[in-house]
Design a binder for this molecule. Structure first.
Ligand code: SAM
Length: 437
């Protein structure tokens, strides 16, 4: 009888893609994907440990799975991803009903684990077995493509170097082959992925991220090209030129700043100052005036004073990010920031987080309102989830647009096509409009 599996995914795009790889490799082995844990013979939890809360979620979920395992002894439960990597064997002590623990370095080695050879697989093998042809992509129009794994940056707050290992870039030609294969199956939107995507260096030819971006953008059929996540200290002229010279490279750049205070940035070991970050923003804006930025911010990092925090607010105001993710600092096991001391009171950190959200809410509203009346190119994704009469898609600036396509030629109205949409309304996070002929 066909075995079934269910994957629960938490965390970043890298985790999403790892789940797509796991799913593809299970299907290749004859497993069938099901939509609930109750129907599954194998449950994989692909976990995130970036903040304490994400980690706690995993253990409370495992608590609920314990009963299921008592009722169905043959059920297999695997903990994958960053909590697996961080906790290793300790997961089995804390939740002995788990069958195996597998870190992100072993996604390509699922066979050894399913065969029962290894219960704990948390190394980073040299051969990561990246078989892109088996990735089970959930979208018919988009494909995520890893170009670099791991991170060498060692930001003092961050668990990623522990959970994802040192940087390993994929060969240039390998990436191009994967993109071509994705385009051939209708994926016209490509997203290049890496924890520090712009630290990419081809291991064979040393070509940099800008060279790769340009080469991918020039592949026939790539209608839109995105990438995540860029580190501000790795932005260089070649990257900016590749963005400027290729109109299919999205006019949207996620450039996590973390703090607006140079003192805190130094404590975080972010490798740039406030001034350097703002200069980088200006340099990019000069080359690509219509660019739209988003960012990540951490509040309440050890030693953050009211003045440091005010500098974060003023930087957000100055850059006017179209979107933003903000977090309260969460101490992570084994990270250098634990030794800094100087903790910020939790109530103060919570209040700062609220102030960041309030400020950004106003900027975002003004930003969305500024599109009213403009016609924007929108890449169609499919019917809107909330209203079957409408379609949904994204602008070049990564903003979701729900729109009616009554006046657009029927042949153009399909997932993967690019339509001009006149924006007539700004909603909370999205835009609304009408496709123009
Ligand atoms: N590698 C990327 C980078 O360097 O910006 C993204 C890493 S992480 C998946 C996404 C965001 O989580 C970070 O940019 C940071 O703002 C936040 N983050 C990471 N560690 C954190 C921590 N210990 N506490 C709170 N937020 C954290």
């Amino acid at each position: 009888m066909t075995k079934t599996f269910f994957i629960e995914t938490w965390g970043c795009q890298m985790n999403d893609l790892d789940s797509q790889r796991l799913s593809g490799s299970l299907k290749l082995r004859g497993y069938r994907r099901v939509e609930s844990e109750e129907q599954a013979d194998l449950i994989l939890l692909n976990t995130c440990s970036i903040r304490d809360k994400s980690e706690q979620k995993v253990f409370s979920h495992l608590g609920r799975l314990r009963e299921m395992k008592q009722e169905r002894e043959e059920l297999q439960i695997g903990v994958c991803g960053c909590v697996a990597q961080q906790e290793g064997e300790a997961v089995l002590h804390r939740a002995p009903w788990v069958d195996f623990v597998m870190g992100p370095g072993n996604v390509g080695h699922l066979d050894q684990i399913l065969s029962g050879d290894r219960r704990v697989a948390i190394d980073f093998p040299d051969d990561r077995n990246y078989d892109y042809l088996t990735v089970d992509r959930p979208s018919a129009t988009k494909a995520q493509v890893t170009i670099i794994e791991g991170c060498n940056k060692n930001c003092t707050f961050c668990i990623v170097p522990t959970t994802r290992g040192r940087e390993v870039s994929r060969p240039f030609d390998d990436v191009l082959r994967e993109v071509r294969a994705a385009v051939e199956t209708g994926r016209v939107e490509i997203e290049l992925l890496g924890q520090t995507v712009n630290a990419y260096r081809c291991p064979v030819t040393s070509r940099d991220f800008g060279a790769l971006l340009a080469a991918v953008a020039e592949i026939d059929g790539v209608a839109r090209l995105r990438f995540m996540t860029s580190h501000p200290a790795e932005v260089n002229d070649s990257m900016i030129a590749a963005m400027r010279d290729h109109v299919n490279v999205s006019r949207y750049l996620h450039l996590p700043v973390q703090s607006g205070s140079s003192k805190i940035l130094r404590r975080m070991k972010r490798l740039y100052t406030r001034e350097h970050y703002l200069e980088t923003i200006s340099r990019i804006r000069e080359a690509i005036p219509e660019i739209h930025f988003s960012t990540d911010v951490i509040v309440g990092f050890p030693g953050e004073t009211d003045d440091d925090f005010e500098q974060t607010l003023s930087l957000i105001e100055e850059v006017r990010y179209g979107s933003m993710f903000a977090f309260k600092y969460s101490p992570r096991p084994g990270t250098p920031a634990l030794k800094i001391g100087d903790a910020v009171d939790d109530a103060i950190a919570s209040e700062r987080l609220t102030r960041v959200f309030d400020l950004h809410e106003r900027i975002k509203r003004e930003h969305l309102e500024s599109y009213r009346g403009r016609v924007l190119p929108v890449l169609v994704e499919g019917p809107s989830r909330h209203d079957a009469a409408m379609l949904t898609g994204r602008t070049d600036y990564n903003i979701v647009v729900n729109f009616s396509a009554a006046s657009a030629p029927a042949t153009d109205v399909r997932p993967g096509s690019m339509l001009g949409v006149r924006i007539d309304q700004a909603q909370h996070h999205t835009l609304r409009g009408e496709a123009v002929a």
